[in-house]
Design a protein around this ligand. Sequence first.
Ligand SMILES: *Cc1c(COP(=O)(O)O)cnc(C)c1O
Length: 361
Amino acid sequence: MSTYPVANIDLAALKHNLERVKTLTPKSRVMSVIKANAYGHGAIHVAAALSASDAFAVARLDEALQLRGAGIEQPIVLLEGVHSLSELQLAAEFDLSPVFHHQSQIELLSSCQLTTPLSFCWIMLETGMHRLGMTVEGAEDALTEMKKSHNISGQIGLMSHFANADWVDDERNSQQLMRVKQFSEQYGLSVSLANSAAVLSYVDSHADWVRPGLMLYGISPFEDKTAHELGLEPVMRLTSKVIAIQDIKQGDQVGYGGCWQAKQNTRIATVNIGYGDGYSRQLSNTASVSIKRQLARVLGRVSMDMIVIDISGLDIEIGDDVTLWGNDLLAVEQLAQQANTIPYELVCQVSDRVKRNYYNG
Ligand SMILES: *Cc1c(COP(=O)(O)O)cnc(C)c1O
């Protein structure tokens, strides 16, 4: 059985990053965001490692049910809320905390009698992102309905989401914060607004609950600051192995489309990872990998299952380990820039085919 590629997940680094959040936000509670399989890191293992979180947040009901099924007991917030009566009933049954971001969800709440009422839920206020959220008037009506509803027994919080938190000092951030404060102060609601970028750069926005995702995984949300500079430790190291080595001649081409051609005789190695594992095809002919503490360039196109690298002058054998990202030579942030995307996408794309290896637990 093939045992590679592997996403090595450093559980001690995860815990360190949560401690970093807590140090930065001493007055706030922490809702650790573990949607999309904890950004590709494996939601159940991550939730267990981050048990010092005050709550977890996921996007969808299925993600929350999976965590409950694994015995996770903290409050779990459903960032997209529920979309049908049966989802609402399941949310209540499993003591989940839905966000109400749309009038249609309030109508679901008013249309039924839940056997167990919701013990904790949220109103999402639209403040500038224009993705999910109610207008001030809509939120006022929703709050009135929710307060009188027999289907809610506990706290109602106020949530909103920054559209530009990675742009430090952008005035749109302070506008969003002001809109949330106006509403929360009028109705005495606890507030959650800050994602990772705001946790790291916008103290005034921390409020009652922070919602970090990316930084927990040891990744910087800022283009101009490394994780190390922010006191974060990378959690995922993506590795695979060399499965073939060959010597090619000047003029030979490598890979689909022959889009890399040898200018001189070259020693190349084939590595067992490709876009079918989540190693982006955008990295074709651009990225480097690390092997025996040296960088080696990716030659030609990334295939579904393999890449080819230049190992000229290196002492490499079949079976040698290759790191694609996540060590001190290769940050995922840097790879994301090379792939014209954001690090969120690279880690989320690591597919099921890649084994997760949890260590330092
Ligand atoms: C994904 C998400 C977060 C976490 O954002 P990061 O940038 O990963 O910290 C917080 N809040 C909401 C509503 C989200 O969708």
